[in-house]
Write a protein that binds this ligand. Structure first.
Ligand code: CU
Length: 499
């Protein structure tokens, strides 16, 4: 059964309000909390040029919004920032101190799928060594999080995430070097007491959001700038929330996307970050005062239900429901319709210094390769589909099967993938290991060239991307980065074979 927003369809009855609106956290005065910088992961830089570090996942007791909460983290929320340099070889020892299986994904880094293996399973008490070289030219902002199929949504939502910063020669450009740099990890939460609120059936359809919006785990912090130019590295680490970012009275100057630098700053009035996406922006503070970084309303096509009770559903979502027959007939009591746009939210307040003197904008940043589209080895089509009622999600009509190879590509070739969103919801499409360039969205070419690993598809969008399969062979995945959709099937297996 397909649900569209126009054809509101009778569904399971639901007193959905309570499931969609999390607990209220009163008494939080706006702008009273200082902006915290995530701590750095300690590194051992050996004379050989090798960098050693260790990271562990564990249950953590922290405070968010002044309340004690129990999360799963890599040692802090967000996890410690892994700050590396281009060309370094890294030996990262990861240990699972959770009571459940997990693994670690180096999201966006061009690293062999044998190292960054999305199908790896690391049992409780076990460790795994991640040894990789940080590619030249990859200066930018990446992140790490679990990728254990079926559990990504719950593990990420619970706090297992951290930023990876790669420094390179481009950072020495004076207009960047002298900017004041900060990391912004955007993440929402819903708690039930001191624990993460249980996933509801609607969470498995829409992706789980929460009413508590945090920047580096603090609600509406205040950043007191010392300099006139800020460089913000922004990560959307939320499971499903989109951030349509705008800063009062100031444009954002985009300098880097998921895959590193663009060629020159791009002036933006607003910047949409889908789950999994990153961006780096410069902000030029030209006047004293306080300015709010806001998330403007955005409609991602999420659904809600109206009417009766939720009798049929359970905390495992609706995946266990039969696809037809009596159960579903009984379930058809209620209405489903679009939730509409999100509310305008203040994420952060930036206080400019008195008489700020911003730096000029850099005139050129990096060269972004122009791919030779006369040499395309294959053009493929990927249709995103859904069966909302069952919270089942598809690519080309099939749910994820780790035992099935969906795409075989050859190393050293360039492919064009046409991504088509046939659902009523936005889906951010993410490819591991191999960065791509967006060629067009609905036939319109992109205004600037950039490397990406995640690209958003609105309802009915047709997005063409070009992927050079370079350096590595192996088996990896592509999937929706609303991680509930990934857990519920919207993922495929890519195998890159030797030339
Ligand atoms: Cu999705």
């Amino acid at each position: 059964m397909k649900l569209t927003r126009r054809n509101t369809i009778k569904l399971l009855g639901a007193g959905l309000g309570s499931a969609l609106v999390g607990a209220h956290w009163p008494g939080l005065a706006q702008g009273t909390l200082a902006f915290p910088e995530p701590k750095l992961l300690p590194l051992r830089r050996l004379e050989s040029g090798l960098v050693e570090a260790s990271l562990a996942a564990r249950e953590s007791n922290l405070s968010i919004g002044g309340k004690p909460v129990t999360l799963l983290t890599y040692g802090g929320m967000p996890g410690p920032t892994l700050r590396l340099r281009e060309g370094e070889t890294v030996r990262l020892q990861f240990t699972n101190h959770l009571t459940q299986v997990t693994n670690l994904h180096l999201h966006g880094l061009h690293v062999s799928p044998e190292v960054d293996d999305p199908l790896a399973q690391i049992q409780p008490g076990q460790s795994r060594m991640y040894e990789f070289t940080v590619p030249k030219g990859s200066a930018g902002t990446y992140w790490y999080h679990p990728h254990i199929h079926g559990r990504v949504a719950e593990q990420l939502y619970a706090g297992l995430l951290g930023l990876i910063v790669v420094e390179g020669p481009v950072d020495a450009i004076p207009e960047l070097r002298e900017a004041e740099e900060h990391v912004l990890v955007l993440k929402d939460f819903a708690f039930s007491g001191s624990r993460i609120a249980p996933f509801t059936p609607m969470d498995w359809m829409n992706g789980k959001e929460g009413d508590l919006l945090t920047v580096n785990a603090v609600i509406r912090p205040t950043l007191r700038a010392q300099r006139g130019t800020l460089r913000l590295r922004i990560l959307n680490a939320s499971n499903a929330r989109y951030y349509r970012l705008a800063l009062e009275n100031h444009p954002l100057y985009l300098i880097a996307t998921d895959g590193g630098f663009v060629e020159k700053p791009v002036e933006l009035r607003e910047l949409l970050l889908a789950p999994g996406e990153r961006a780096e922006v410069l902000i030029r503070l030209t006047q004293a005062g306080s300015f709010r970084l806001q998330a403007l309303p955005y409609d991602r096509g999420a659904m809600m239900m109206h009417g009766g009770g939720m009798g049929m559903m359970n905390h495992q979502g609706m995946g266990g429901m039969s696809h037809g027959g009596e159960q579903s007939t009984l379930a058809m009591q209620g209405m489903m319709m679009g939730m509409g746009p999100s509310r305008l939210e203040t994420l952060l307040t930036i206080v400019a210094p008195p008489n700020p003197k911003p730096l000029p904008l850099p005139t050129s940043l990096a060269t972004v390769e122009r791919l030779d589209l006369t040499k395309v080895a294959a053009t493929r089509r990927f249709e995103l589909g859904e069966r909302m009622m069952q919270a089942e999600f598809f690519i080309n009509g099939r749910m994820f099967d780790p035992g099935r190879v969906d795409v075989r590509a050859r190393r050293g070739t360039l492919e064009v993938w046409e991504l088509i969103n046939k659902t009523d919801m936005d889906h951010p499409f993410h490819l591991h290991t191999y960065p791509f360039q967006v060629l067009s969205i609905n036939g319109r070419p992109q205004p600037y060239r950039a490397w990406k690993d995640t690209v958003n598809l609105k309802k009915n969008d047709v997005v063409r991307i070009a992927i050079p399969f370079r350096d590595f062979i192996g088996t990896t995945v592509y999937h929706c980065h609303i991680v509930e959709h990934e857990d519920r099937g919207m993922m495929g297996v890519l195998q890159v074979e030797a030339e």
